[in-house]
Write a protein that binds this ligand. Sequence first.
Ligand code: HSE
Length: 432
Amino acid sequence: MRSVKVGIAGLGTVGSGTVKVLCENAAEIARRVGCPIEVAHIGARSNRLGCETGQIKISQDIFDLLQNQDLNIFVELIGGTTTAREWVLAALATGKPVVTANKALIAEHGSELLAKAKTHKTYVLFEAAVAGGIPIIKTLREGLAANKIEWIAGIINGTGNFILSEMLKDREFSEVLIEAQSLGYAEADPTFDVEGTDAAHKLTILAAIAFGMPLSFDKVYTEGISRLSSLDLLYADTLGFRIKHLGLACRTAEGVELRVHPTLIPKKNLLAKVDGVMNAVMVKGNALGPSLYYGAGAGSLATASAVVADIVDLARAVVSKGAYRIPFLAYEHLSDVPVLPITRVRSAYYLRVQVQEQPGVLAHVAQVLSGFEISIEAILQKSVHSQTGLVSIIILTQPVLESDLNEAIRKIEALAETGAPVIRIRVETLSE
Ligand code: HSE
């Protein structure tokens, strides 16, 4: 075979990075595959490569690529879930394999796409959909195949992590978000980053692979970071914690927990040291124990690294005429584990109760908590806040059932001395 020919739909941040990596590392990649990989056809409204395209054919209509019989592999990098879904389904119907970096597409329509790939005896690969360049899907599917996965905890949105890292330096949320957008980290709709949707898409995919369960995006409990105050990041610091926006997938006796929310984690945990736009995924396997995968979770070349890894895998299969087989997602053997509603999840909590400065208030708050058998792990009181005139009592609880905590908070907020809604953030020790 003279070369493996790739058609790429979309020439945005990831598309142009993918072309660049395939061109600049062409010799190294050809050595690994056994023959060159050639970008033969691009579907994009304009040539954003900023250079002569030489032999590369450019079409404005991405569906033109699907008529090109010379292509061996299709790559979807247009984003979104409407045209991208149609295009990927049509591409798979040709019997040729598809690579996508589109987490929303896989999380929301992955079952349909995988079924289509199966019908046409081909592949759809999506390493770049989770944690950018970190090869976490391959790791779960292959490197950790011996393990029963107990839990996954990930910093899987670079924009959110960048914002939280900067807020710890006492910067404003909105100012840092604008900077993250200008650096090209944020989604087209940045609410996906700051309200947790992007992380929920990625967690859906990780959980499906780790636990062999259906893609369950609609069952992920999702809370963002937009209502966090830098005050809480600083109080958590005083107590020995960092606040990170985590995606958590945990196997329990009752079912699987799938949740995305701000979380206090001990400063000594390696995940707490992951700053800026970097991503990291910690996986606890029953044989290996905990392991950590760290790297750039966004950005043109970092994400392209994962896209090209999938292209390389598929190119090997093309070159070997199918003798080289890529392990599938185990979608034929899905275990129908229930996803627990958040009210049935137990976790420890950081509570900040803002009250009038007067004797006996702390006792009232403690009484409410003890009424629900909620044990206090640590307590901290801050002096009167100059703007609110209230004092903050910060309480770390022992693990508590969410539904009990909701009731306790309702009662605390009803106390005459309570002057503002209770701020609540979950705490995870991520113990081994
Ligand atoms: N907006 C995403 C992030 C990009 O910030 O992590 C990569 O998926």
